[in-house]
Design a protein around this ligand. Structure first.
Ligand code: 5GP
Ligand code: MN
Length: 324
């Protein structure tokens, strides 16, 4: 699979690279790393992510190259879709991406639906950044400090700083090599984890206060409403990582974070859209639950979107605890 992907990349002239909406460090890091590498090969590249770039990742090199719209006038011969279980995960760019003749699917999600012309899906990889690293090495593209910082940030954040169950030997080996290529680990950590806005800390307070536990103590649920976001002057990027507080509670096996989305509530039905994030301690496959709701992810980290009422959703989630 790797060889086919590389052949396509070598033949390509104008490449669209895209990763999932509400990007995390891996979605941004893998997008930038492969983008910079293809730029070095003198390919014409266009980097796309639908969402605004979270403040903590704005220090990354070439971050200003990421665009949030795909102009209809552009014609691409190749698309590279990164860190997405399905092509719709890139959001409003997906119809344009679907029309591109060659679509390369590079990902590490267990729920990947094998979309595209060619797939490089490795569910054992700690991150998409790990797969991008291997691709760049195989193409014999030199790893400069910009590529190295992007790969390092992808691995650091997707492994929860080498703590999550996807942390593997290559996470450490690649990060060590990236430090040799010019990454300053302290600087990256300061940007990503070291400085939070006051609003983000206040949101943490409200989030902790919202935690509810199932009767058997095995499931925790945290809720973030639009009102909390408004009250603290924060936005969705400030929610990143909050679920880990619910997950680390003693005896909890599955944690759920309900996030009310910004959309106006449906006037006629009174329904709202929510994103639900799920995490497990590794003893329970949450990707199966997420898939049942039309989402996906990994066995210990998954998510889905749903249109319902908050009360109904909470009842549905708490009920999941009966199966744990
Ligand atoms: P989070 O809950 O932090 O948004 O995502 C956890 C994991 O589940 C990530 O790997 C993410 O890519 C995946 N995930 C979250 N929401 C969805 C979704 O709606 N569809 C799919 N296929 N995967 C999702
Ligand atoms: Mn990832």
């Amino acid at each position: 699979m790797m060889d086919q992907i590389i052949q396509h990349l070598k033949k390509s002239k104008h490449v669209l690279l895209a990763s999932h909406t509400n990007p995390d460090g891996d979605a941004i890091g893998s997008l930038l790393a492969l983008g910079i590498a293809l730029d070095w090969l003198d390919k014409k590249i266009f980097l796309f992510n639908e969402s605004p770039i979270p403040a903590v990742y704005r220090f990354l090199p070439f971050i200003e190259r990421i665009e949030h719209e795909i102009p209809a006038t552009l014609e691409f011969d190749t698309a590279v879709i990164l860190d997405c279980g399905n092509i719709q995960r890139i959001g409003k760019g997906s119809p344009a991406a679907c029309r591109i003749p060659v679509i390369l699917n590079i990902d590490h999600h267990i729920t990947n639906n094998n979309f595209g012309t060619c797939q490089l899906v490795d569910t054992k990889a700690c991150s998409t950044a790990e797969i991008v690293y291997r691709t760049i090495k195989k193409m014999e593209i030199p790893i400069n400090s910009a590529i190295a910082t992007s790969i390092y940030t992808g691995i650091l954040t997707d492994t929860g700083s080498f703590r999550f169950s996807n942390t593997n030997k290559s996470a450490f080996a690649i990060c060590e090599e990236m430090i040799g290529c010019g990454v300053n680990p302290y600087e990256v950590a300061q940007h990503v984890y070291g400085t939070y806005s006051l609003g983000r800390i206040r949101l943490l307070n409200l989030a902790l206060d919202s935690i509810e536990i199932s009767t058997n103590g095995k499931l925790s649920m945290m809720t973030i409403t639009q009102e909390m976001i408004y009250e603290t002057g924060t936005n969705s990027e400030d929610i990143d990582g909050l679920i880990n507080y619910a997950k680390r509670i003693e005896d909890v096996k599955v944690a759920a974070l309900i996030q009310e989305q910004k959309t106006d509530s449906n006037q006629s039905t009174g329904l709202k859209t929510f994103h639900v994030s799920l995490r497990s301690d590794g003893t329970f496959d949450v990707s199966a639950i997420a898939s049942a709701f039309g989402g996906g992810g990994h066995s210990s980290a998954a998510g889905f979107n749903i249109e319902t009422t908050l009360e109904a959703l909470k009842t549905q989630i708490i009920r999941l605890s009966e199966k744990i």
